[in-house]
Unconditional design. Structure first.
Length: 251
């Protein structure tokens, strides 16, 4: 499972998100990475190797990490209107790191964590409108391989050092916005700041899938003690993001 996670899932996510963005617009790329394709398997591995309590605490951290990604996305959207990608990305990453640091300091429980995350999704999704973006045709042979390599290195690092980080930081850093950064900076450099902003808006809207997934994990894993809960959580994420898809489209 760990080998598959490192060598298959991460690059598969990047490739699929990139191709979705080219077909349906940049908002679709951001929406797709809202699925727990990476953090979900990491959580399952943590539950299997470090125990259910570790996985539940990590899941609470993941909710905080996704809230931090929403703030990361909002800052990127605002900065990308005026700044190039090489200035916008550091500002957004600094926002994420500050938010993650504060979250790790307070250790909020499930209800506050969920309230903050869902509140950010609703507010930011409402105040930042979906816009139609005209995309430029690209033919860069190194584009997808570069994205895939970076994603493999990130997931390998998180799964290797998860135990050393502890449950809260493991959950937080399982949502480290490497995928969002890869996609947004490539889009920003190639298609412009508006396209990158729409991708980040999709990331915010798609975060409801993360919220649904980890709500199921935190509530049912301690009660049942069964790893089959992850299957139910995956269904919840699919249903939630199936609903959120319509909000990535221009009305």
């Amino acid at each position: 499972m760990i080998i598959a996670l490192r060598l298959l899932l991460a690059p598969l996510l990047i490739v699929t998100a990139t191709l979705l963005g080219r077909r349906f617009g940049p908002g679709a790329s951001g929406w797709f990475i809202g699925f727990p394709i990476i953090s979900g398997p990491i959580s399952l591995i943590l539950a299997n190797t470090n125990g259910h309590e570790f996985a539940v605490n990590a899941a609470l951290g993941t909710l905080g990490g996704q809230a931090s990604i929403c703030l990361f996305s909002a800052v990127y959207i605002l900065a990308a209107r005026k700044l190039p990608w090489w200035l916008t990305a550091p500002l957004a990453i600094a926002t994420y790191m500050l938010s993650a640091f504060l979250w790790n300091s307070f250790h909020p429980a499930l209800i506050p964590s969920l309230a903050v995350l869902v509140g950010l999704i609703l507010v930011l999704g409402w105040v930042i409108p979906a816009r139609k973006v005209q995309q430029k045709p690209l033919n860069l042979w190194w584009d997808l391989p570069a994205r895939m390599l970076i994603s493999i290195l990130f997931v390998s690092g998180v799964t290797t050092f998860a135990t050393r980080l502890g449950p809260q930081l493991s959950g937080l850093f399982s949502t480290l916005p490497i995928f969002a950064t890869i996609l947004s900076t490539f889009t920003h450099a190639q298609q412009g700041g508006m396209a990158a902003g729409q991708l980040m808006r999709g990331t915010i809207v798609g975060s409801i899938g993360i919220a649904a997934f980890y709500l199921v994990i935190v509530t049912l894993l301690p009660l049942t003690g069964s790893l089959w809960v992850y299957l139910l959580a995956a269904v919840a994420a699919l249903l939630a993001n199936g609903i959120s898809w319509r909000f990535t489209r221009v009305r």
